[in-house]
Design a protein around this ligand. Sequence first.
Ligand SMILES: C[S@@+](CC[C@H](N)C(=O)[O-])C[C@H]1O[C@@H](n2cnc3c(N)ncnc32)[C@H](O)[C@@H]1O
Length: 206
Amino acid sequence: MNLTEKSIEIAASFARKSLPRFAMDMTLGNGRDTLALARMVAEGGAVFAFDVQEAAIENSRRLILESGGEALLKKCRMFLLSHDKFAGAVPAEVLKDVSVAFFNLGWLPGSDKSVITRAQSTLPALKALEALFRRRAEDGHDSLLNVLSYRGHEGGSVEYAAVGKFFNSLRAETPLGNARAEVEVYGQRGNPSCPILFSARFFPAR
Ligand SMILES: C[S@@+](CC[C@H](N)C(=O)[O-])C[C@H]1O[C@@H](n2cnc3c(N)ncnc32)[C@H](O)[C@@H]1O
């Protein structure tokens, strides 16, 4: 199983215990993660997905329509928008019910690799999600944050270091109030060309 599949498997296992109403795919790409998340969310739920490239929206629309039909496509709200701006696109009453968020960093597979995710927007988006998921934990709800980070390409190792630091801070932080975070890391950390999957579950202290 590769780490993209692992990320989906972790979310599916989370969803079996706590069915998500809403999910967010912070890097839509070709739509594989959005498709998987759309299949996991509850009836009447939705996936909010973000990308900065028109091609990602077109490719994803096609994939989801071919694989899941109109009904599944209706569950996917795709935005041509940088992920750090997500709060401007998702209504506040929906945001508080978002319990799963995915990042699959890097470039759009099949593209010219000129557009890649960067720490400048990835980090603010991660911090905003942390705040959102800590609030949910305070309110008694679990949430899941998965980030697949690649180190092999130019700029990748810088972003990976920032993401790693973010997840370490989740681990290290003395929990305040009722919110806790548990972090798992998957992949061959010793091999600098291998991707790494970070997965954090936020939950109320019981
Ligand atoms: C590895 S791909 C995502 C793969 C995707 N999750 C899938 O299942 O096919 C990374 C995507 O992030 C997008 N991206 C780059 N910067 C972004 C940003 N600031 N906000 C949202 N998406 C961004 C790229 O355009 C690219 O399509």
